[in-house]
Design a protein. Sequence first.
Length: 671
Amino acid sequence: MKDRSSCRQLRQLRAIDLLPLLVVVGLWLGVIPQALAEEAPAWMHAVVNAPLPEHTEKTEAVVLYSATNVTVSSADKIRTQVREAIKILRPEGRSRGTVWVFLNSHRKVKSLHGWCIPAQGKDYEVKDKDSIETSPPGAELIQDVKARILHIPAPDPGNIVGYEYEVEEEPFFLQDTWGFQSGDPVRESHYSLQLPSGWEYKSTWLNHPEVKPTQAGSNQWQWEVSDVPWLRREPDMPPFQGLRGQMIVSFFPPGGLALNAFANWDGMGKWYWNLVNGRVEASPQINQEVATLTASKATSLQKMQALAAFVQREVRYVAIELGIGGWQPHPAAAVFSNRYGDCKDKATLLLSMLRSIGIDSYYVVIYTERGAVTPDMPAHSGFNHMILAIRLSDNGGDPSLVATLQHPKLGTILFFDPTDPITPFGQIRGPLQANYGLLVTPNGGELIELPQQASVTNSIERVAKLILDTTGTLKGEVSETRIGDRASSERYRLLTVTNNLDRIKPIEALLSNSLSNFQITHANMLNLQQTDRSFGWQYTFESKEYAKTAGDLLLVRPRVVGNKGLNILETKEPRKFPVEFEGPVHDTDTFDITIPDGYVVDDVPPPADADYTFASYHAKTEVQGNVIHYSRTFEVKELSVPLSKMDDLKKFYRIIAGDERNAAVLKAAAK
């Protein structure tokens, strides 16, 4: 499933990442044009000497002027004209000289021009005929989305590039998004809306104070923002879609809210249910397969597990999206017959199969990253994925079913992602937890928050029995058990790996981050294919000079492997955005180090205790005879850490880093 709305700015952000590939394609085809000497339009020259916004000293480019003019002619025809002038500040900003305009069978490009105003010399112009048209890279096997790409000459530092294009589309829904904030600062941005007589609009502002429009004519409205700061990328930040300043505007023909499906979440749900109506009907072949898969299963839970496993593993992920196919699934019968489909197709097939055994389920439209859709947003098309909510009856108390929610009308519902081939039935991966999705039922839609699973459902339990000799060499055995996303991440990485040497690379990566030198002497992997069981490693290693000498003392770090401390907040600039953890976590480490004969423990590190609302860390080192016993727990309890708690998060990571560096002191025993 893909957001097929005309959100131009979001698509331009995505296009930047694809620039190198398309430039190569353009050179290969010989279609990147030579510079043509033409005068740039007056609207570009008007901003040539405009002062730059504040805080551009580290940015690659700055948007001097942007204008989006939307003309709604009818419910079936909308014209949009976009103009933008960008000053390139640094060599990395040259990508702004490549313009992407997306089109499909419902969206036509009427015109496309580009210009460059160099710091010295004549202007350059490129026209529609100089552009190339191609299918953008993506996961879709077949799609009707194309990209018209125009390369503007000389997008060099100090120069100004600009473009203008116009598109005409038959919209799937009467809504538009003006995303005026991006990775570049914006000096001024304009949006105008022309509606037919009798039409109305509703605007909602996100991540920016509301700006009142001015009326420019009969049912014509204009908005303007200025000095919009850029969004600086930070580690573990929410997705841009949930952070950027934007205005979502919905259009209403005469007759009121009922004529715009996206007036609210309930209406959007009804709109989507109408799209899928009739496509979930089971064919005789589906019913026969369901009977075969469930014949030997005694309980409803076992039957659901069998059907879910079939859709997860026997239906390949292949996306074919034409027109409304970006939203509308293929019929369940076709998905079953072809044995392929995208997320909404796989959800539709499983919904159909569950219905065959008398179990109701419902679509949940969602974004694959937490924070892109929030409860203060209006109904809009900001989703890119589809999962299911399965209505439970007598299985609600089964301990394997943890991704559940008590709904006031539907009772206990279980969330499940049929597209995810690794996460077992009963769970959802971390980025979907505490995320917001649109629950679609025959009665309408509802924005709901998905459950956050207990931290113990996603963990690493690592136990090591190790021996230290008098030369400082440490060796021994490590047993590691993983469940939840901690297991899924390893399985994703290893399922297609056949070389045994490559299969131990995750262990090598773990040890290399903790040990200056090491040798893996044996390794064994457990339950790679059995996704309903914990994944495991058992390995032995040897690390020479692990203990460091200091005179007649040996310094031994009790925390042998595994790093929990992060330095993402150790920056000169203050954090701008919240920190998003991927999911809840509960990890434990237990390391027993037998010290060499002739030595005693003279000193051990102090305990480390850090307990905050969002996470906790507890570690201690004890001496039990001739064994140094180190144990610790690391838990993530809240998935979003707001800016108000950044100082606490920084302290938290510093406490962990200090504990991970600490050493025990060994000295020769008295004779």
